[in-house]
Ligand binder design. Structure first.
Ligand code: PBG
Length: 344
């Protein structure tokens, strides 16, 4: 029989299995683990989402997202300077619109002096080298919290798309580099591309939230932009069913046909299979959004001492890279950038 254990007293060679392959050999030391490492996270992979407020107080904490604050225009400019110093490539802006400015059709979205447009202009003036991504959707502006205009209980697709195309042009006029429609209306990427081109913005990119799921993980974001309390019903007639995967590929194919330059999958960690399928199928720039609920879970567990927050953060971000993502939108962006910088 196979001699697994020999008495040490016999002074023979240490007991050993006859293995041609010992995967542990490559893991024996840090230099070797570094040498065989397949994926790396760098600051170039990060997009930092920032919440904006009209409030006068400078910074307002978001209780369900510890460490995240809503910022006034002036504070947003300061964060943009910090992001540039950390070499974070781009910011994504999300407004908490004053409740008095919200109405059923989200008309504040078409005000070229709204919070987002003003912030884009100020950041572009102060920090021209940083990329600015603006969200195209009506939910920060509607009194009912939906991403489209409503007729009774229905979200009207084509009427909404017409508004989104105008919103996109205003954002581009303010200086946005990338337009990111997160509304999930049909045909909006094509309409936005056409409107941007007609307005002379051929170079403005479109990052399409192509595969965006109707997810419970968006809860803290809705607190941050102030739609939790007002949202009527849910978004399942436009955001995707979490049960589906082939449908994500169909959505991505349509958005690419319509002119999308980059594709977003959202949420992130629970949908890494979608990231992988999209990247393998289309081989286009593919991004993942580590959404508010994913952030909140790691922060809450870390605050309770239930896991090491820093390690969980880094591991979660590396997982996106392993799944094939070219970059990640994450509320951890400044913390990660600082950590990567200190690691040299
Ligand atoms: C909707 C939008 C959502 C998020 C960003 N834009 C989701 C929603 O409210 O349905 C969620 C982002 C996050 O959770 O971090 N336009």
């Amino acid at each position: 029989p196979f001699p697994l254990h020999r008495p040490a007293s016999q002074n023979e060679a240490a007991p050993s299995l006859q293995l041609a392959q010992r995967p542990r050999r490559n893991r024996k030391a840090e230099w070797s683990r570094r040498l065989v490492r397949e994926n790396v996270l760098t600051v170039d992979d990060l997009i930092w989402p920032i919440f904006l407020t009209e409030g006068a107080s400078g910074r307002e904490p978001v209780p369900s997202m510890p460490g995240v604050e809503r910022l006034t225009v002036a504070e947003a400019v300061r964060e943009a300077e910090k992001a540039a110093a950390l070499r974070i490539p781009a910011l994504a802006l999300f407004p908490n619109t004053d409740p008095s400015l919200r109405d059923p059709t989200g008309s504040e979205s078409l005000n070229n002096r709204n919070l987002v447009c003003r912030t884009v202009r100020e950041i572009k003036r102060a920090v021209p080298e940083i990329g600015i991504i603006t969200d195209v959707a009506l939910d920060p502006y509607t009194s009912h919290g939906h991403d489209g205009v409503m007729e009774g209980e229905r979200i009207l697709n084509d009427e909404t798309v017409a508004l989104l195309a105008r919103q996109a042009v205003l954002q581009a006029e303010a200086g946005a580099d990338v337009i990111a429609p997160s509304d999930m209306m049909d045909g909006r990427v094509g309409a936005i591309r056409q409107a941007l081109d007609e307005a002379g913005f051929q170079d403005v990119q479109i990052m399409a939230y192509a595969a965006k799921y109707a997810s419970a993980f968006y809860g803290p974001f809705r607190d941050a932009i102030g739609t939790s309390a007002t949202l009527v019903g849910d978004k399942r007639t436009y955001q995707m069913d979490p049960a589906n995967s082939d449908e994500a590929l169909r959505e991505v194919a349509l958005d690419l046909d319509e002119g999308a330059d980059m594709i977003m999958v959202k949420p992130g960690l629970p949908y890494l299979d979608i990231v992988r399928r999209v990247k393998d199928t289309f081989a286009v720039p593919t991004f993942a959004y580590q959404v508010s609920g994913e952030y909140a879970m790691i922060q809450a567990a870390a605050a309770n001492g239930w896991l090491d927050g820093d390690k969980a953060m880094m591991e979660s971000l590396l997982a996106f890279k392993r799944a094939g993502a070219d970059g990640i939108l994450t509320y951890f962006a400044p913390r990660i950038a600082e950590k990567l910088k200190s690691q040299g």
